[in-house]
Design a protein around this ligand. Sequence first.
Ligand SMILES: C[S@@+](CC[C@H](N)C(=O)[O-])C[C@H]1O[C@@H](n2cnc3c(N)ncnc32)[C@H](O)[C@@H]1O
Length: 208
Amino acid sequence: MAHSQQREALAQDMDRLQKQLRGLCEGRLSPADEKRLRVLDLACGECHEAEMLQKVMRQMAAGEGREHELSVDFIGTDIRDREIERAAERCGKGEDGVDYRFMVKDGQKLTQDADLAEGFDVVFVRHQNYYLGGKEWHAIFERSLEKLAPEGKLIITSYFDHEHDLAKDAIQKVGGELIDEIANQEARSLATKGKFVDKRLAMFRRRD
Ligand SMILES: C[S@@+](CC[C@H](N)C(=O)[O-])C[C@H]1O[C@@H](n2cnc3c(N)ncnc32)[C@H](O)[C@@H]1O
């Protein structure tokens, strides 16, 4: 695929993901601090979704047209440093009430991490990779739930139907409660059979 076509495909993926997130989050986000939304994007890779995600989460939490009343702390983490460097270069520090920070972290080991104190309103995991290591992803999901504020939400997306179902089971086993899920009917198909960009989405809360 030529560069321009790839850019166009990525932009369309973002539009579709945005639409799905609106459907999933409408009326369901209530920030712990009414002036500040905290978003953690875990295993974010290059984090192509950062700008779109902070914008949609802000609108959904504040109400459309009132976004400016809420600032956003957006933290993206991944175990791979090159991806984190690229994300940081692309997003910069942020502006207009948005503060971006990108950090190299092993998502399995966040329990004692002072950079990532608990209390996130949203933890987002796009294209979780359960197929590549169920044990590792159990730990990542467990840490994700621990990082939530009491009313916080964990949102995942998946490439494959079956991988999504495995991840859903794992999250429920480590203390998550499924709130809702969406099948993205417009998801773009990829070369591998059954693989689609953001094919399925699900939202969880922590079961206390
Ligand atoms: C399928 S990629 C998805 C990347 C990105 N979220 C996206 O949708 O393009 C899965 C990501 O999980 C990250 N990952 C795998 N194990 C991890 C771990 N233990 N801690 C943090 N990130 C991890 C990988 O580096 C990779 O970026």
